[in-house]
Structure formats: C-alpha cells, structure tokens
Design a binder for this molecule. Structure first.
Ligand code: COA
Length: 200
C-alpha cells in the first residue's frame, strides 16, 4: 500500500466496535457529553491536555464537537467518541496526518470515572488495527510528556516501541517549565488481538 492521494475520497466505515466499546465519529450534539466528561476530569487533564486549559463551557464544547465533525469529513483529524452502551466515556483521535506516507499521530482521553478498567487500551487497540488494516497507515506515533505515566502505559501495553526522547520539546501548562517528550511508534498492527474488533 502506498500514499493516499485524496483522503477526502477515502471510505471510512464506522462505527468501530470491540467487546465493550463503540467508537464513532464525533458529531454536533456531542457538546454536552464532552462538557460533562471534561468538567468531571479537570484535575487529571490539566497537566496534560490543551483542551483542559481554562474552565470549560458548554458553548465551547458544542463548538468543539462541530469542529471535530467537520475535520473528520475533511480527513484533517479523525476524532472518535467512545461509548459503552449509551454512556460517553472519552475520546480518541488521529491527527498530524501525512497522507503521502501515510502516517499519523494518536491522542486520547478518558473521563476520570471510567479509568482503571482497560477502556483506553481496548479503544486504542481497535483504532490501531483499523488504521493499519483499513486505512493503510505505515506509521502511527504517540507523543507523551515523559511524566504522563498512565498514558505511556497504554502505548507500552499495546506494543508501541519507544523511538525517541526529546528534551525541551514543550512547555508544561502549569509549571511553565520545559518538558521532555517521548515518541512511541508502531509500523504495523501485528500481534494485536483482533478477535473482538470490527467496523462498518
Ligand atoms: C491516559 C488515560 C486515558 C489512561 O487511562 P487508564 O484508565 O489508565 O487506561 P486504560 O483505560 O487503558 O486502563 C488501564 C488501567 O486499567 C487496568 N485494567 C483493568 N482491566 C483491564 C483490561 N482488561 N485491560 C487492560 N487494563 C486493565 C490496568 O491495570 C490499568 O490500571 P493501573 O494503571 O492501575 O495499572 C487517562 O489517564 C487520561 O485520560 N489522562 C488524561 C489525558 C491524557 O493524558 N492523554 C494522553 C495524551 S496522548
């Protein structure tokens, strides 16, 4: 498989399902769910997430949901809302595409009340399989602050390999001190359990 000339014409069958979860593109109307989940999780998000800087408002969350939906259609960012039954659990998104390779970055967050259950590991496993097997990615990277151990653990559980350690790569949103960024990568989905994963 080679580069993708016109990603807007790329068919992306959804939702993606696992044993416990449904991942579907974020849409207008998800604002309230995002607002409630982020509000509940501010303490855990503030050190790591740009979206958690400042106090969230319902209006901003509504706007974000609509922008996520628009960016999905344009294949700019692919933002998925994660559900178990009807409960909104968090989001997982693909960004930083280079469609000529194709390659991308993965990012995610989970509302605090749903952590500690293996949900993000399950969602990231499913999306990684989808991106390599359906979209045809040849490289998927996850970038972390080196102190974000819970998040790094997701990558390690899924067999992503540490590719690089970059000191002074970013600024911590609270301390304003330079941070060290870790890049974890996969070049294929081999070895990931696919038995419960389907899409379309
Ligand atoms: C990163 C983040 C999603 C990780 O959440 P998490 O709940 O630790 O991750 P998972 O959902 O994969 O769950 C793993 C935990 O559940 C436990 N677990 C329970 N059942 C499990 C299962 N079936 N499979 C795997 N883990 C399971 C694991 O032991 C682990 O707990 P531990 O950390 O106490 O060992 C969450 O901390 C978060 O949203 N942080 C803020 C946002 C952020 O930093 N994003 C990263 C930027 S890319």
């Amino acid at each position: 498989m080679g580069g993708i000339e016109n990603p807007i014409l790329l068919d992306l069958p959804v939702p993606i399902r696992t044993k416990r979860l449904t991942l579907r593109p974020c849409r207008a109307g998800d604002g309230r769910a995002i607002f409630e989940a982020v509000s509940e999780s501010m303490q855990d998000f503030v050190p790591w997430l740009e979206l958690a800087q400042g106090t969230p408002t319902l209006e901003e969350s509504d706007e974000k949901a609509r922008r996520f939906a628009a960016d999905f259609i344009l294949r700019k960012h692919l933002s998925f809302a994660i559900f178990a039954s009807d409960r909104f659990l968090g989001m997982i998104g693909v960004y930083g595409f280079n469609w000529k390779i194709p390659s991308a970055h993965l990012g995610y967050w989970l509302r605090t009340s749903e952590t500690g259950k293996g949900i993000m590991t399950e969602a990231a496993r499913a999306l990684t399989l989808y991106l390599f097997r359906h979209v045809g990615l040849r490289r998927l990277a996850i970038l972390y602050d080196e102190n974000n151990t819970k998040s790094v653990a997701v990558a390690k559980r899924l067999g992503f390999a540490l590719e690089s350690t970059s000191p002074m790569a970013d600024i911590h949103p609270l301390t304003h001190e330079p941070t060290t960024e870790l890049t974890f990568v996969r070049f294929h989905a081999d070895g990931l359990d696919d038995t419960d994963v389907s899409w379309g």
